[in-house]
Ligand binder design. Sequence first.
Ligand SMILES: [Mn+2]
Length: 378
Amino acid sequence: MPIIIHTSDVHLGAPLGWLGPRAAEQREELRRTLSKIVDLAIDQHADALVVAGDLFHSNNPSAATVRFVLREFARLTSESSASVVLLPGSHDSLGIESVYTSYRDEFGRLERVSVLGLEGRNSVAVEHAGLKIHGCPLGSQRPDDSAGDPDPDPAFAFNVVVLHAAAEESDVEDGQPVAASDLPGEGWSYYALGHLRSWHEIEGVGMPAVYPGSPELVVMDGGGQGHVARVELRASGTIVSKVRVGARSVMEARVELTDASDSFSIAEQVRQQAHSNPNAVLRLVLTGLTSAEAGIDDWDLVEELAAEYFFVCPPVRDYHVRVSDEDFVQLPERMVVGRFARHMRSRLEEAGSEEERQEIEDALQLGVALLQGKDAIG
Ligand SMILES: [Mn+2]
């Protein structure tokens, strides 16, 4: 029975600047992940490795990154009978500037490695497995928009279609899964989808339709990344298993600041929610109310925790600054700090939006700290 390893959205060469000092290490991890996927395809005696778009983060990856990919695919095809089927995505889309066009000869020299959409190729036959893999390039990748959806080839026992797409109407940056009704019709054994960063299965298609998501962490979101799909095509039906290949995970801690006195005690609360883990990216959400005088220093908190996780993201500030009369007793009106605080409080009362309110609260807290001579900026 044919076996496919299906991945997408590897985003090799992504700058990953949001990871600050760990970015280079994570870029290396993305490469290591591709090697792990190749290892998996070899171990599983896969008939095909399908990449459903965005193997590269852009159409200008470094030459070293492209050479690495070519080397890994050469290793796969020499150590196994697998074919490699690549669909250009939205980041590495087809066109004159495409990485697949720039390195056309290099990809062309590799046996059993095909780029769908290049040179008019819209399907790849894996004869010994009775398998045909069809590409469905979208939008500008499609040479002729009226070309329509591909049709399964009845000469093959198994037909698989590869798509890189999200739902057209979506207010989420990453996109929503396509609707079952937007997928090409009947006769398919499997829909190999790409474009979403997290694992998604589409219901109601009749056959499995799966977004494996990025095999390793590239953006900060729900943490549904880190998997590939192992797809076994049987006459009785298609069986999909979710295989973990990613090294990093995402952890979230929500800390209530109301009774917290300093970053040390906040860090203690964080540790209770998210046990230290050198492979985890920690997302911190600070909630509750803090006094104008508390001067919670995000940076102190991040430093306090940094050594215990792969990376600690700058905290999401979901807290509010309390300006009760009790607090104002501490800030006498005859002093600049008192007048500043009162001025900011009246502005708070007039704030027109939540965003404006947040800004004034930040200014109030920072200003009070500065006027009291604290090293507020760190
Ligand atoms: Mn994409």
